[in-house]
Every structure is written in C-alpha cells, then in structure tokens.
Design a protein around this ligand. Structure first.
Ligand code: NAP
Length: 254
C-alpha cells in the first residue's frame, strides 16, 4: 500500500454502502489508508473500487462487528495489511422497527448487538493501537432517534447508549491523544430508510420528500453531509474536540 508518511489507517464499519461508503471515500480522499468493513467481503467491493479509482488506497474486509472474534480478527488483519489502525468510524447499523408491544426479543437484541456491542468490541480492539501510537480518533454514529422516535425503542436506546459510550471513551482515552465524538444524523437518504418508508406505506422518495418539508433547511441529508462531519472529527485540527455529539440534521432537532 502506498500513502504518505502522514497517512493514517482508518477502519470504517458498514462501509459497503450508504453513509459508511461516503465516509470511507472521504477519508481516503483526505489521504487515509482505509479498511472498508462490511458483513461480507463482496459487499465492500464497490466502495473499495471507488476509492482506488479516485487514486486512494483501500482494502475490503468481511466481518460481523457484533461478533468479538470477527471484530478482533478484522482489526488484526488491518494492522498487518495496512498498518496499525488509529482512526475508527463505528457506522455499521441495522433497523428492526416496531411498536413496543410488537417488538420481539430478537428485534431488541440484534439492534443493541450491532450498534452498541459492535461499537464496543471494535473500539476495544482499535484502542490498543491508538494508545500505542499516542494518537487516535473514534467517531461513532448516533442518530436524532436518540431523542425518541415512535417505533424505534430498540434503536433509540442503542443510539442514546452510543452517546454515553462516546463521552466515557473520551474521558478514558483522552490522556493518550485519542478523541472520541459522535455524529447524530437526521434524515439521510440511504437504503436504511427504505424499510421505514415501507412500514409507513410510502415509497422511499415520498417518505424523504415529506420529511424534507419538516426540516428547517428544507431538504433531507446526503451521506456526504455526514462524511464531512466525520472528516472533521478525524482530522488533526480537531484534537481539542472530544466527547461531543454533533447533530447533522438540517436544523437544531429531529
Ligand atoms: P445502510 O445503508 O443500511 O448501511 C449500513 C451498512 O452496515 C450496511 O452495508 C450493512 O450491511 C452494514 N452492517 C449491518 N450490520 C452489520 C454488522 N453486524 N457488521 C458489519 N456491517 C454491518 O445504513 P446508513 O443509512 O448508511 O446508516 C449508517 C449509520 O448511520 C447507522 O449506524 C445508522 O443507524 C446511522 N444513521 C442513519 C440515518 C439515516 O437517515 N440513514 C440517520 C441517523 C443515523 P447489510 O446491508 O448486509 O445489512
């Protein structure tokens, strides 16, 4: 792998598509060597190809972030193939929406496992390299749903949990030059919202158009809007910003 002496090695989870893919491409454009992680290696190919076509360096990795062995092995592989990872973006996520009385144990466990357990096991594995380097950046994906959203008790609990997790890691890892911040996106046009739209009996386009009328800037967000915030948190110049939750939602609230 090439890169410059200043290049950092970044892992972006759930980067096969959507917000994660945009963050991976942005970090690569900013000069990072990027490990594109998603559930299956084949899901990472489009993002890896896009990065390489733009002149960046990336590898693709298949791993389930909710599985400790998978997460540890993925981080070890990145360290071997690209170098010690010092930037981690915990972006992988799923939705299993339902009203509380219909929410199953599996709906609860799978959402908590991917978002919260996934961020925990990935951060624990990566911090070893960050502490050794005395430099690091962790960016966690929260959501405006952390403030409460009908039909998302599991997801809202996970995304609120991410905020407490972020602030605690900021305190623990700050002495080692590692900052930890969260981004809480509002409505971002990705495949993730297709299921939500269908549950409401709407097409994704109609759902997004209706949502836009309620957002102060009168549009829904794009994955690049989130990638810009992630690039700031990952940068050297953000070294005095830690434990923060940045709502990127076109207005002050969901
Ligand atoms: P997306 O398009 O569904 O992409 C999520 C990616 O994560 C998918 O490629 C998915 O793979 C992968 N993934 C799921 N479970 C995984 C696991 N256990 N291990 C590794 N990868 C896994 O979602 P998105 O809209 O880009 O959302 C990205 C993040 O932003 C999520 O954390 C989400 O909660 C958050 N967010 C999104 C919005 C929004 O409006 N879109 C708003 C607020 C917050 P599969 O395709 O195989 O499932």
């Amino acid at each position: 792998m090439s890169g410059t002496p200043e290049s950092k090695v970044a892992i972006v989870t759930g980067a096969g598509r959507g917000i994660g893919a945009a963050i991976a491409q942005r970090l690569a454009a900013d000069g990072h060597l990027v490990a594109v992680l998603d559930l299956r290696t084949e899901d990472t190919e489009a993002t890896v190809d896009a990065i390489r076509e733009a002149g960046g360096d990336a590898i693709g990795l298949g791993a389930d972030v909710a599985n400790t062995a998978d997460a540890n092995e993925a981080v070890s592989r990145v360290a071997l193939e690209l170098g010690p990872p010092t930037v981690l973006v915990n972006n992988a996520g799923i939705l299993r929406d339902n009203l509380l009385f219909k929410l199953t144990d599996d709906d609860w466990d799978s959402v908590i496992d991917v978002h919260l357990r996934g961020a925990f096991v990935m951060s624990r594995a990566v911090q070893t390299h960050q502490v050794a380097a005395r430099w690091g950046r962790i960016v966690n994906l929260s959501s405006t749903s952390a403030l409460g959203n009908r039909g998302q008790a599991n997801y809202a609990a996970a995304k609120a949990g991410i905020q407490g997790f972020t602030k605690t890691l900021a305190i623990e890892l700050g002495p080692f030059g590692v900052t930890v911040n969260a981004i809480a996106p509002g409505f971002i046009a990705t495949e993730m919202l297709r299921g939500t739209a269908e549950r409401l009996g709407l097409t994704l386009d109609t759902f997004l158009a209706e949502a836009a009328t309620t957002i102060p800037v009168r549009r829904t967000g794009t994955p690049d809007d989130i990638a810009a915030a992630a690039a700031f948190f990952a940068s050297d110049e953000a070294s005095f910003v830690s434990g923060q939750v940045l709502y990127v939602a076109g207005g002050p609230k969901a």
